[in-house]
Design a protein. Structure first.
Length: 167
C-alpha cells in the first residue's frame, strides 16, 4: 500500500500543472489501475517467475521499440504468452518501475503511460517510455497490450525515469 501511495503521488507530481491549481487525486478507478500496474511491477521483481502470469492477459501483445542504437532502431513484437514462457527462464534480481504520467480509464479498459527504468544485476540496462493497456477481467485489471521504447541509460534523466533502487 505504501508503494501505491508513493506511486500515486509521483503520478500527479510529475504531471504538468496549470498555474496555481492543486494536483488532482487519482479517482477510485485510476487507483485500481495503478494498483494493478504496481502488482505487475512487483511480479517482475519477484523471485517467483510464475507471478507475472497472474498480472497479464495471455492473449495480449508486447511491442518493443528498441532504440539502443539510434542508427538501427528495431521494433519487435512478442505475444504475451511467449513473453511469459521466456520470463520463467529470466535471471533473478530484475527491477522495473515507471512514473505514471497518464492514467486513463473508460469502463473496462485503461491506459497507463510514462517513463520507466529497467535494472538488472544492480545497474540500469535501459529506460524509455512504457505504454500499458489494461483490461478489466472478472478477476480484476490485467496488463494486456504493452508498447515500450528502449533507450540507453544516458537518456534516463532526460526522460524523467525513476531513480535506481537503493542498494
Amino acid at each position: 500500500m505504501k508503494a501505491l501511495i508513493a506511486t500515486a503521488a509521483a503520478l500527479f507530481a510529475a504531471a504538468p500543472l496549470a498555474a496555481a491549481e492543486p494536483s488532482p487525486s487519482p479517482s477510485p478507478e485510476q487507483s485500481e489501475v495503478i494498483a494493478a500496474v504496481e502488482a505487475f511491477f512487483d511480479a517482475l521483481e519477484s523471485p517467483d517467475k510464475t507471478a507475472l502470469a497472474t498480472t497479464m492477459d495471455p492473449a495480449g501483445t508486447i511491442y518493443i521499440h528498441d532504440r539502443m542504437d539510434p542508427s538501427a532502431p528495431e521494433i519487435t513484437v512478442v505475444p504475451v504468452a511467449k513473453h511469459l514462457e521466456n520470463w520463467a527462464k529470466s535471471p533473478p534480481g530484475l527491477w522495473e518501475r515507471m512514473v505514471y504520467r497518464t492514467v486513463l480509464v473508460d469502463g473496462d479498459m485503461a491506459q497507463v503511460w510514462g517513463p520507466y527504468r529497467f535494472v538488472a544485476g544492480g545497474r540500469t540496462t535501459h529506460c524509455g517510455i512504457d505504454s500499458l493497456s489494461l483490461v478489466r477481467r472478472a478477476e480484476g485489471w490485467k496488463v494486456a497490450n504493452t508498447s515500450f521504447s528502449m533507450v540507453p541509460p544516458a537518456d534516463c534523466a532526460k526522460l524523467g525515469a525513476p531513480e535506481e533502487p537503493a542498494r
